[in-house]
Each structure stands twice: as C-alpha cells, then as structure tokens.
Design a protein around this ligand. Structure first.
Ligand code: ATP
Ligand code: MG
Length: 211
C-alpha cells in the first residue's frame, strides 16, 4: 500500500474486517467477487484484535492473523494489515477507518460486510461516523433474509445518510462457527478452508475438542 501514498489518483480500497476464527473460502470468495465487480485496487484484510461483540472465547489473535496471511498470500490484490492486532484495547472499526484515512490520504474506502453484519451495524461504536468515512458494501449471506437486509439498508440510508450498496455474491453457506464445530467433532474441513490454513490448524492444534 506504501506505493500508493504519493500518487495523485484516488485508489479504491476494499476492507474485509472480521474475527477470521478461522478464515474460510466464503471470506475469500466474497472479497474477490466484490473487488472484481467494483474494480477495487486492493482488498485489505484486517483481522480484529479484541472484537467487542464476540462472546465466545476466540483464538489467539496472532494465530488468526497468521491464517489470514497464508490464506491470502497468492492473491496480489489482497493485503493483510495488523493495525487491529497491534492494539491492546478492544478494537472498533471507527478507529481503524480513522487510522487508515490519516495514513493514506488518497484512498476511497469500501467496507465489505456480510448481510448479518450490516443488520447489526447500529450496535457498532460511532455508527454515523463510520458511514461518513466509507461506502459500505453489504454482501448477501445464506440464512439472512434479503428482504430484511434491504429494509435495514433503506432505513440506514434515511437515518444516517449512509452510502450502502447491497450486492448479490454467489452463496457459500460456510461460517467460522461451522468450521470450528466440524473440527471439534473431528470432521473434515477440506475445501472449506484453504489447504495451507487446514495445515496450520493441524500444526498448531487449534479448535480441538474441549479446548
Ligand atoms: P463466526 O461464525 O465466528 O461469526 P463468520 O464466518 O461469520 O464467523 P466473521 O469473521 O464473523 O466470519 O465475518 C467476517 C465478515 O465476513 C463479516 O462481514 C461476515 O458477514 C462476512 N461473512 C462471513 N461468512 C460469510 C458468508 N458465508 N457469506 C458472506 N459473507 C460472509
Ligand atoms: Mg460472524
């Protein structure tokens, strides 16, 4: 991203935030689909450090970060940032957006969320300010009603003058929760996560029964 700093042209950057516990193919496919559709220059994957809204005990942030790195290493459009991992307090999207705007003057931010996340967005810190700093792209997600999402988006537009685009992405009914459960029960997650992520999980003995 450093290369972009001195260019006069604005660059379009998609942000894929998440706990990524672990990262899976729906994250990657959604990011790539949106990059291509909206001609984004880069997608920044930003694993959260200490997410404020997750109640379950989550995997060590360095392991989650490492898995995002190895999952994205063969896509030149994908970059991973550790700014949330480095924060010691709870991590909020608003702080990340402000940091990015400060560091990179010429970026136009497209914040990618799944349909479930856009429906919860009013629980995020400083909602209104988030909408001022980025265009939000709400990707369809299996299990989340399209009608509900569209109603939500319409109301957010009115209430906060938000820029939100809803986009149909090819459905992959995968979640990290499902993958963790498969692993706990000793079932296969092959073809649901990249092979190198699967190997990392095995090597570090993550998500095992009772842990
Ligand atoms: P968990 O089950 O632990 O909540 P998750 O699969 O929802 O995991 P997150 O890290 O919570 O993954 O999500 C990061 C982002 O990716 C969110 O915006 C979420 O909506 C989106 N996302 C995750 N899975 C999908 C999917 N199958 N289709 C579309 N978007 C998804
Ligand atoms: Mg989730």
């Amino acid at each position: 991203l450093k290369n972009f700093e001195n260019k006069s042209k604005n660059i379009k950057v998609g942000i894929m935030g998440g706990t990524f516990d672990p990262i899976h193919y729906a994250h990657l496919a959604t990011a790539e689909f949106i990059r291509d559709r909206y001609k984004l220059d880069k997608i920044l994957f930003i694993p959260s450090g200490t997410p404020p809204h997750k109640s379950q005990s989550i995997t060590n942030k360095f392991d989650r970060y490492n898995m995002v790195n190895i999952a994205t290493e063969n896509n030149d459009h994908f970059l991973v940032l550790d700014l949330e991992i480095k924060r010691n307090k709870k991590t909020y999207t608003i702080d990340t957006l402000k940091d990015l705007k400060k560091t990179y003057k010429n970026i136009e931010i497209y914040f990618i969320t799944g349909a479930d996340a856009i429906c919860d967005i009013e629980t995020w810190k400083d909602v209104e300010e988030n909408f001022k700093l980025a265009t939000f792209i709400a990707a369809t997600r299996p299990g989340i009603s399209l009608l509900k999402v569209q109603e939500k988006i319409a109301s957010l537009k009115v209430k906060y003058n938000a820029n939100i685009i809803d986009v149909y992405v090819p459905s992959l009914d995968i979640s990290s929760t499902y993958i963790r459960n498969q692993l706990k029960e000793n079932h296969s997650v092959r073809y649901l996560v990249p092979e190198n992520v699967e190997n990392y999980i095995k090597y570090k003995m993550l998500y095992r029964y009772g842990e």
